[in-house]
Design a protein. Structure first.
Length: 179
């Protein structure tokens, strides 16, 4: 799919077709594309934990903060947990932050990877929902390794709804020109 069309037409999907599985080959092909995302000094700090079955349902229970996310995860065939290797992106070899943004750059890298993931999934006929609302114990429940930070959960599956695009701000309101 043309990249501009993909960016404009991708939607967050909160209802998935429960009769359709997502194969391991397909999710791997999506991650295979997402790994080409840019990253700080090519540190490639984003990691993907693919959750199905019982592992997914355990994470779906970690949603006291926003119960609707739990329902979405139970309904989705796959949830992918994005994590980041801590304190590499945006850091010098001696462990000191390269800029005042500190660990902001690792979230920046993970955000780029998340968008690449969602666009690659959309191109493959899949739909996604990025979720930032989950309980504090979620990383532990998933078993995210020490030295990594859980950054987002992404529900993946075949859409069972066609939501309208939420309003976007006008382009002119987002740009400042200076010369
Ligand atoms: C970092 C991030 C966290 C989000 N967290 C949630 C969430 O916890 N639950 C949810 O239903 N949607 C979540 N969303 C989805 C946004 O609400 C959605 O992207 C936005 O409304 C625009 O809609 P669109 O993705 O269809 O363009 C999140 C999106 C991002 C980028």
């Amino acid at each position: 799919m043309e990249v501009v069309k993909c960016i404009r037409e991708r939607r967050s999907i909160r209802k998935f077709d429960t009769s359709k599985e997502v194969s391991r080959e397909l999710i791997e092909s999506v991650i295979d594309t997402a790994r080409f995302s840019p990253s700080w000094k090519n540190t490639q700090v984003t990691r993907y934990t693919v959750l199905t079955g019982e592992a997914k349902d355990k994470v779906a229970a970690c949603t006291n903060i926003w119960a609707k996310n739990g329902d979405i995860m139970r309904n989705a065939p796959i949830v992918v947990a994005l994590s980041v290797v801590d304190k590499r992106s945006g850091y010098e070899r001696d462990g000191s932050p390269s800029t005042p943004l500190g660990d902001g750059w690792q979230m920046f890298d993970c955000g780029i990877a998340a968008q690449s993931f969602c666009l690659a999934a959309f191109d493959a006929g899949l739909s996604t929902l990025i979720m930032g609302l989950y309980d504090d114990n979620t990383a532990e429940v998933i078993g995210i390794p020490e030295g990594q930070i859980l950054t987002a959960l992404i529900a993946v599956g075949y859409a069972a709804e066609e939501p309208a695009a939420p309003n976007r701000k006008e382009t002119a309101d987002l740009i400042t020109y200076k010369s």
